[in-house]
Design a protein. Sequence first.
Length: 328
Amino acid sequence: MSTSDHVVLPPNSVTRVASLGGGVIGQSWTALFLAAGKSVAVYDPDPATEIRVRQAIETAWPALAELGLAEHGNPNNVSFCDDARAAVDGAEFVQESVPEQIDIKHELYATIEPALGPKTIVASSASGLTLKEMQGGWQRPDRFVLGHPFNPPHLIPLVEVMGNEATGSGVVEWARKFYESVGKVTIELKREIPGHVANRLQAALWREVINLVNEGVASVEDIDTAVSAGPGLRWAAMGPTQLFHLGAGDGGLAAFCERYADSFNRWFDSLGRPHLDKASAKSLVEGLASIAESHSVQDLSNRRDALITGMIILARNGNQRAVSGAPR
């Protein structure tokens, strides 16, 4: 089966997108697609969807404009449907972000499959379900891929893309190029694993946060600060393996591993294995109480988004200076 059997329209020529699901992730995707100059049809059975999504677009738009992602976009080029089939009618790409319940997803796929165009690619934002589980809802899953974002999708560039033996030739490559055409950075998962890549890394770190809290090593606030004011800043620039490659000077990663293997193995052996049970959750909530009481979720979200926007702009400017050879 050739690539042309599945994919004809160049990824950067997509003009009509359907966004299925009007929750936090779907709202963010909708804002990004609109900023990229697409027309977006939103489906969600909740009657309050239009008000909620339009508010989210209005909130996201200044950051998208500041990042230069909204030069060709129109925030009003959006329509709302209470029928999923109407939303996907004529869509050249579909981003599905409905609740992560397999029966809900299967029911939606069965509804939209007859209404899809013959070359339309559908991607799911699912973080907890596997691609194989979701493929069970399709008669022909060859144009269906995982397209998992990191929240909020309109700001965080990462999208994890995955296909498997049931996916058509060229479909994963097309999806990656489409996401990249709207400003995303993609990685490809080579095999299925619960939580994909980024969420597993996030879970590994949070597991040790919970362990440190349970062991009384430091407060929740101080542990969060240890991340945001410490390695988190470096991780925003490079991944951990690249950073450790720099950590031993000219010897690179080989020298780093030789020098620090004993220390890391000792730390690995002492890492905790807590569970997010009621007691652990109570400790975390209590540890975050002073912040939660003094700042609303919206205030904290606004601060997060402003910081992320600023970091993306700084990183972009730094990369441009590095490429041009300008002093840094």
